[in-house]
Design a protein around this ligand. Structure first.
Ligand code: CU
Length: 308
């Protein structure tokens, strides 16, 4: 005697499938709605990118969103075609073998050329945005940034910069005659003040190992490499305090290489630099190892300086 499974009526099977589909859509809708505070709506619109606080960051965000839209449109077309093929060319009878097609030259030319065109368009937009981020037209201020084991030193120029002096970003030719400095240590997280609406260039120095200087709100980070000066510039558009850190796994205390960025009005910025000078935290040249860097255990900057 064979085991007989009870047969379900086709109508009932459809009802069960419909019920399952409805529950799944309701569940998904609830999950999406639950995450819809105004803050998370912003995150959805930016597709998980942090909110840009600089003009240059806006360009990066535009590239990110554009790339996602292009990828989703491509995905939707591909998924749609796949679904259509699955339904239109399904096996209709047990003994039927569908038509077996091997070559379709026009289609094959299309799916070779279309991705190449897409790559060309992505590449063109990437270059356009890269030019915005790496634009080195004359800035309003220049800050010599030092990433040292295990903190940051910020050298703010006092007065107006002589940009001709710093044209090739070398270590020894600086655009200001005086520098006000902020030296961070392991226990003292430094703050980098920036003036709102003005363009500030960061020249990046390292006396020891490779670090990476970045602020999520800039949507930009850049390696800080011993013996070489990288630079980029930002124009902050939003006042407030933001977080920055080292983005390169540089050693044992890497995770403690934090700093704050505070965007203030240009008048407040000038007053801040003046207050540093008044407090005696200034010198004729920027501190490239940082006062604290020289006294921290395990760091010897002499070798690096001789090598430059
Ligand atoms: Cu680091």
């Amino acid at each position: 005697m064979s085991l007989q499974l009870p047969q379900r009526a086709p109508g009932r099977r459809w009802a069960t499938a419909r019920r399952a589909g409805l529950s799944a859509s309701l569940g998904l809708g609830l999950v999406l709605l639950a995450g819809c505070s105004s803050e998370s709506r912003g995150e959805w619109e930016r597709l998980a990118m942090p909110e840009p606080i600089t003009e240059q960051g806006e360009a990066t965000l535009g590239l990110w969103q554009g790339a996602w839209i292009a990828a989703l449109v491509t995905g939707a077309i591909v998924w749609g075609l796949m679904a259509w093929v699955v339904v239109a060319y399904r096996r209709r009878h047990e003994d039927e073998v569908p038509v077996q097609t091997r070559y379709n030259l026009p289609l094959e030319i299309f799916y070779t050329i279309a991705p190449i065109m897409m790559v060309v368009v992505f590449f063109a937009h990437t270059i356009r945005v890269q030019d915005v981020i790496l634009d080195d037209s004359p800035p309003d201020n220049v800050v010599e940034v030092v990433g040292q084991k295990w903190s940051w030193t910020f050298n703010h120029g006092v007065g107006s910069p002589d940009l001709a002096a710093n044209e090739d970003n070398t270590d020894l030719d600086f655009p200001y005659d005086e520098y006000a400095n902020v030296v961070g240590t392991l226990t003292d997280i430094p703050t980098l003040l920036l003036p709102l609406g003005e363009t500030t260039r960061f020249n990046l120095h390292s006396p020891d190992v490779i670090h990476s200087f970045g602020v999520p709100g800039f949507l930009t980070k850049m390696d800080v490499i011993p013996g070489r000066v990288n630079s980029f510039q930002v124009t902050p558009q939003i006042e407030g305090t933001f977080k920055g850190k080292c983005f390169e796994l540089c050693g044992a205390q890497h995770s403690r290489m934090l700093f704050d960025v505070k965007v203030v009005s240009p008048a407040e910025y000038d007053a801040y630099v003046a207050s540093l000078v008044e407090a005696g935290d200034s010198a004729a040249a920027p501190l490239l190892g940082g006062d604290a860097a020289r006294t921290q255990v395990g760091l010897d900057v002499t070798e690096t300086e001789e090598g430059q």
